[in-house]
Design a protein around this ligand. Structure first.
Ligand code: URA
Length: 215
């Protein structure tokens, strides 16, 4: 069984002495997620601000052992200000609750960009560059043991790779020292339900890792 947290602190897979987040987040002084949200403010750092209803910062346990990272808010998320609340979000919630036996509140969920790209297009490189420091800082503050990267865009951004998601998924990678499992995006699964079994294989590896069965 996965323990959402370990009493008296958390066992960490990340080495304590290395500071993997030294550079681009050094300018962000936030000491917790609330301060980081305040630092983002009514963001105008890129053109995505023009069409948004809400900044979709992130949601969940600030000390989560497991973090999911998606691409960016869609229409439902933009309207509600919370990540993964539309149809794809329901599928992600099922993976967390029915698949992993966790609650949505046990994990942390965020996106590469925090404002909805028009017509759900992929974020442009300068939009990612403007927003990525906030994701990095979120990861730095939560310090999860495992990150699940959802879909090609999020995974390729985190890993700075052009390798297709079909090749990356299912294998462990590292993001600044943190274990990263790439898998298909839930929206892709809505279009390709036959690949749900592959995502389940990836999620089983994550469950095993968090259960300490790999140590
Ligand atoms: N797709 C994403 O990548 N993120 C969301 O929050 C919703 C849909």
């Amino acid at each position: 069984m996965i323990q959402p947290m370990v009493a008296g602190g958390r066992q960490r897979l990340v080495s304590a002495d290395a500071d993997p987040f030294a550079e681009p987040v050094a300018t962000l002084s936030a000491r917790n997620l609330d301060e980081l949200r305040a630092e983002i403010g009514d963001c105008r750092r890129c053109r995505l601000c023009a069409g948004r209803s809400h900044i979709v910062f992130g949601v969940g346990n600030p000390r989560a052992r497991l973090m999911f990272v998606g691409e960016g808010p869609g229409r439902d998320e933009d309207l509600q200000g919370e990540p993964f609340v539309g149809r794809a979000g329901q599928l992600l919630t099922d993976i967390i609750t029915k698949g992993m036996g966790l609650k949505r509140e046990d994990v942390y969920i965020a996106n590469v960009v925090k404002c909805r790209p028009p017509e759900n297009r992929n974020p442009e490189p300068d939009e990612v560059a403007a927003c990525e420091p906030f994701l990095k800082k979120q990861i730095d503050l939560v310090r999860p043991e495992v990150i699940v990267g959802l879909g090609k865009f999020a995974v390729q951004t985190l890993l700075q790779s052009k390798t297709p998601i079909s090749k990356l998924r299912g294998n462990w990678h590292r993001y600044h020292g943190i274990k990263l499992m790439p898998t298909f995006h839930p929206a892709y699964l809505l279009r390709n339900p036959a690949d749900k079994k592959l995502v389940w294989e990836d999620i089983k590896k994550v469950i095993k890792e968090l259960s300490g069965e790999n140590t």
